[in-house]
Design a protein around this ligand. Structure first.
Ligand SMILES: [Zn+2]
Ligand SMILES: [Zn+2]
Length: 211
């Protein structure tokens, strides 16, 4: 086991050095976000391979340690990975060390039944990793985990890849758009005209006495 740990620590150190180097190289272009969708997909592929490789049926879980902000342009890929993890019953735990909360990771942990933690003090990061994330799924029911502070359920529109509060959704494929389109760019469905103002106000008038 000690060799496993030293191997893991060595890999983590290599990752940190590589990450720092990449950050310096791209400082002019500024790194926008981490490739969360790619890493989730890779982890899920690995888990599927273990599942199919033999009678072993471990209880896998994914831990995401993220420091950079979310990339709204990855919304579709990240959500697909989250639902795939949900179907495979793989909880996604998230540890977010950035300045704000990560809506992607909050949703990932909420949907898959994992734990989302944003450590208040980074000095105690190791403590969080060992107490919250290292405990197996069975033991989690016995320990008092940090309470979730709520989940940011906002989505990104498919047309401009920006995070929106309100938008239009295709009733056929559930694609999200920030403004009204005549045709869905994902599935090609043609939308009817939005109800005119006169009919909606008469609707309101009719419904008003009932409430
Ligand atoms: Zn848009
Ligand atoms: Zn559609």
């Amino acid at each position: 086991m000690p060799s496993l740990y030293s191997n893991l620590l060595q890999k983590l150190e290599e990752f940190m050095i590589k990450d720092e180097k990449l950050g310096k190289e791209q400082s002019q272009r500024a790194i926008k976000s981490s490739l969360l969708s790619g890493s989730l997909s890779m982890a899920l592929c690995y888990i599927q391979r273990v599942f199919r490789s033999g009678p072993l049926h471990p209880q896998p879980r994914i831990l995401c340690l993220q420091g950079s902000p979310d990339g709204p342009e990855q919304y579709v890929a990240v959500m697909n990975a989250i639902f795939s993890a949900q179907r495979s019953m793989v909880p996604i735990d998230s540890c977010y060390v950035g300045a704000h909360n990560s809506a992607f990771l909050q949703q990932a942990s909420y949907i898959t039944g994992g734990v989302y933690v944003k450590p208040q003090h980074l000095d105690g990061l190791f403590q969080y990793l060992t107490t919250v994330f290292a405990t197996d799924l069975h033991s989690r029911s016995f320990i008092q985990l940090p309470r979730p502070a709520g989940v940011d359920f906002r989505a990104s529109c498919f047309c401009h890849k920006t995070t929106i509060d309100m938008g239009y959704i295709c009733s056929v494929c559930l694609s999200i758009f920030c403004n009204h389109h005549k045709k869905c760019s994902t599935c090609g469905s043609v939308f009817g005209q939005a109800q005119s103002d006169t009919s909606s106000t008469s609707d309101l008038k009719r419904k008003a006495p009932e409430t």
